[in-house]
Design a protein around this ligand. Structure first.
Ligand code: UDP
Ligand code: MG
Length: 318
């Protein structure tokens, strides 16, 4: 039995590339359908993320030409992650599986076949993993890989070199709805949802037209968002720094007292340096402690699910 696939493509100012992307996707869908891997009712959904160019007009035109094309227009630019979610949630439950891919097709569409095969073998999530980044600029590759390593160090559950090219099934999409946070960092959230997952490897291609919609500033905001949505590590650093400061203050204190005792100081020096060292250390600890509680509050307000049941047996639901 072939499955109904929805391909979700977020588009922000992609007028230069959209038509060629669409043609490639349509051709590829025909191949998948002829191989009986996906159902003929499978669709492609373009989400216009508040583009300022003709992207939406093109989406409307493409949708008029083929019943395979769906379009969703967001009222303004909400960012890549939200555009993706909008496409997924708009059609949830109407398909068997959902694949997200960037409009520039830098992620090789030929990996979709392998994704579908893994899905058919029972995987609920299939991560597209970039095996070869040689087509990315040195800067992009360096910053991206540094970011993944940093996230790992902080204990954030990322799949190395996986971005947002992935397949999820209905079960996972349903659970995704229980994550109510405004700053969705999907590549961190999906692994926390669980279920059986697989990886498919591919080489990252070059962007054929238009330029990256992730300039450095956006990339940094995105990375920072990812870190702060998943880790209270930066905040804990303050506490550790406070403790370190305090230990240093003790030594500084001893030093100033010895100097005072030996009469090597000018008047007023000890009474200035001693309290300064002591209070800066204790202040930093106090800030760190407050941070710990704010971190707890942050975890609570995100109200992520505490657990997710995959199956039960012997009950009426099974
Ligand atoms: N994108 C979006 N909203 C934004 C920025 C980007 O929907 O605010 C889309 C963009 O159209 C593309 C995908 O996100 O489909 C990834 O962007 P891009 O390829 O420019 O990023 P890069 O590959 O350079 O990281
Ligand atoms: Mg790209």
């Amino acid at each position: 039995m072939s499955s109904r696939l929805l391909l979700v493509v977020p588009c922000y100012n992609e007028e230069e590339i959209l038509r060629s992307t669409n043609q490639k996707l349509l051709d590829y869908f025909e191949i998948l359908i002829s191989k009986n891997l996906i159902d003929s009712e499978s669709k492609i959904c373009y989400v216009n993320d508040g583009s300022r160019d003709k992207t939406w007009t093109i989406i409307e035109e493409l949708s008029g030409l083929s019943s395979r094309i769906l379009g969703v227009k967001l009222s303004k630019n909400f960012g890549h992650q939200n555009a993706l979610l909008a496409g997924l949630f708009e059609f949830r439950g109407q398909f068997d599986c959902y694949i997200s891919i960037d409009a520039d097709l830098q992620d090789d569409i030929n990996a979709i076949e392998a994704m579908i095969l893994k899905y058919r073998e029972g995987a609920s999530v299939v991560y597209g993993v970039r095996e070869d980044r040689s087509k990315d600029s040195f800067f992009k590759r360096f910053t991206a890989e540094f970011f993944y390593k940093l996230m790992f160090k902080m204990g954030i559950p990322l799949v190395f070199n996986h971005a947002d090219f992935r397949l999820i099934d209905n079960q996972v999409l349903e659970q995704l709805e229980h994550y109510n946070e405004v700053n969705m960092f999907l590549r961190g959230i999906i692994p926390t949802i669980g279920f059986k997952s697989e990886k498919v490897f591919y080489s990252r291609l070059e962007r054929e037209a238009g330029e990256t919609k992730y300039p450095l500033k956006k990339m940094l905001t995105f990375a920072w968002n990812g870190i702060t949505s998943f880790s209270t590590f930066p905040m804990r650093l303050v506490l550790w720094f406070g403790i370190f400061n305090f230990v240093v203050a003790i030594f500084v204190g001893i030093y100033t007292l010895i100097s005072l005792y030996l009469g090597k100081t000018v008047s007023g020096w000890t009474s200035t340096v001693l309290p300064m060292a002591f209070f800066s250390g204790s202040n930093m600890i106090a800030i760190g402690l407050i941070g710990e509680y704010i971190g707890k509050i942050y975890e609570e307000v995100k109200s992520r699910p505490r657990f997710i049941v995959e199956k039960t047996v012997g009950t009426s639901k099974s």
